[in-house]
Design a protein around this ligand. Structure first.
Ligand code: SF4
Length: 433
């Protein structure tokens, strides 16, 4: 049997999906480490925990294939145990137990104590806010809330993550201090809906208050905002973004669409006029802000005219950063009652058209950066390049700044001023100054 060659009693945590899943895996690993368990992240181990994603079709497929891969390894004696947790497991546990029975046990998204028990560990309350980060040492995600109260018609997240639940400011400050003590310089704030923060706990939108507390954490130099929502946006966040250099002039605000009839069907609670005005207010309040958004094309009933409206709007608004998904028909969501009437190839064609427009805009915006110098954080070295980011770039989704390592040396994990000498549609090339 080949198991003998494997490192014994090593728990391998495999993370799929979004930054919130990365965060949950890190919490799990922190708990396991505190129980003196040998734990690794996506390396060899004889016990495997797969933290799955259940958001849309592609992600679900990737999760199922990953489970099947490890079950095969188990049947081949290459791993001893396979456990599954995360969103796919939360959403489809009964089906998965029937269809892939050779998994040792399935767990939901709020089942950490039971998962730990199955791994021979105890849940340690005193560890709240502590985790084993898997991101490069200089940045870490900070999940400020879990769940979502919004009724977006296409979205299954509330089914998998439950109602919105904010974490107290004090707990988040303590967590940030511990991260800073470990060398983290950039905090990336995440939630399902960042701008809803505090409404449950403090009966008011409290994101600005949280930011005022986080900027006081020594060692943290950049704070980045992800997953804002357009309606009820707390404008005081822009004031502190302007006032506090630590808060990156950057915001990620998924807007999904802009045609009024589609926004209405999506139950987004906003209109083209209101959304456009909000973005104009952003630009007026923080002139050099980088705005990232995400769009969905091919939503049920999306006509050529709706799509033209979206294309023209993307061309006019000139987002600094933009991603585009094709609509995924998700069971138990409100939109599932509608006919998924846009053919897959048309959905894909529309997504390609949007990204073509965006790559041209991004190319033009990047050309304007040539000759300018930006404070950059250096994340890693890859081949002949050091790879960094400006405050306008979030890891994994935005532009990267490439520095020729055969000519220059910059310290990984440090901030360095980089002069941009060349630019493509999604990357910048520069040298330290
Ligand atoms: S705000 Fe985001 S997570 Fe919440 S329902 Fe809408 S799309 Fe889903």
């Amino acid at each position: 049997m080949r198991t003998k060659s494997l490192k014994k009693n090593t728990i391998n945590v495999v993370t799929l999906g979004c930054s919130k899943n990365v965060y949950d895996s890190e919490v799990l690993m922190g708990q396991l480490r505190a129980n003196n368990k040998e734990v690794v992240h996506e390396e060899e181990g004889n016990v495997v925990v797969i933290n799955t994603c259940g958001f849309i079709a592609n992600a679900k497929e990737e999760s199922v294939n990953t489970i099947l891969d490890f079950v095969q390894k188990k049947e081949a004696g290459e791993v001893d145990k396979v456990f599954v947790t995360g969103c796919l497991s939360e959403r489809y546990k009964p089906d998965l137990e029937k269809e892939i029975p050779n998994v040792d046990e399935y767990f939901g998204t709020s089942d950490l104590p039971n998962l730990l028990k199955a791994l021979g560990a105890d849940y340690k309350h005193e560890l709240i806010g502590e985790r084993l980060t898997t991101t490069p040492k200089n940045y870490a995600y900070l999940k400020i809330a879990e769940g979502c109260d919004r009724p977006c018609s296409f979205c299954a997240i509330p089914i998998m993550r439950g109602k919105h639940k904010s974490k107290p400011v004090e707990a988040l400050v303590t967590e940030s201090e511990k991260l800073a003590a470990k060398g983290v310089k950039e905090l990336i704030l995440i939630a399902q809906d960042l701008t809803y923060y505090g409404l449950d706990l403090y009966k008011k939108r409290n994101l600005a208050e949280l930011l005022r507390a986080l900027v006081k954490v020594e060692g943290i130099e950049w704070i980045r905002l992800h997953y804002a929502f357009p309606t009820g946006f707390p404008m005081d966040v822009l004031e502190i973004m302007n006032a506090e250099p630590k808060i990156c002039n950057y915001i990620d605000i998924p807007l999904q669409h802009i045609s009024d009839s589609i926004l209405k069907s999506m139950r987004r609670g906003t209109t083209q006029a209101k959304t456009t005005r909000l973005l104009e207010d952003f630009r007026a309040a923080v002139p050099n802000m980088a705005i990232r958004t995400t769009l969905i094309v091919g939503y049920p009933g999306e006509t050529e005219e709706d799509f033209e409206t979206l294309k023209n709007w993307v061309t006019t608004m000139r987002f600094e950063r933009l991603g585009c998904f094709t609509y995924s028909h998700e069971e138990n969501t409100h939109a599932y009652n509608l006919e998924d009437d846009v053919p897959e190839e048309v959905k894909q064609q529309r997504a390609n058209e949007i990204m073509e427009i965006q790559s041209q805009i991004s190319w033009e915006l990047n050309q304007a950066k040539i000759g300018k110098t930006f404070k950059c954080i250096i994340d890693r070295k890859e081949g002949n390049h050091f790879v960094g980011r400006t405050e306008f770039d979030s890891p994994d989704v935005d532009n990267e700044v490439l520095i020729d390592a055969t000519k220059h040396y910059v310290k990984i994990g440090d901030f360095t001023n980089i002069k941009i000498i060349e630019a493509s549609d999604f990357d910048l090339y520069g040298e330290p100054v």
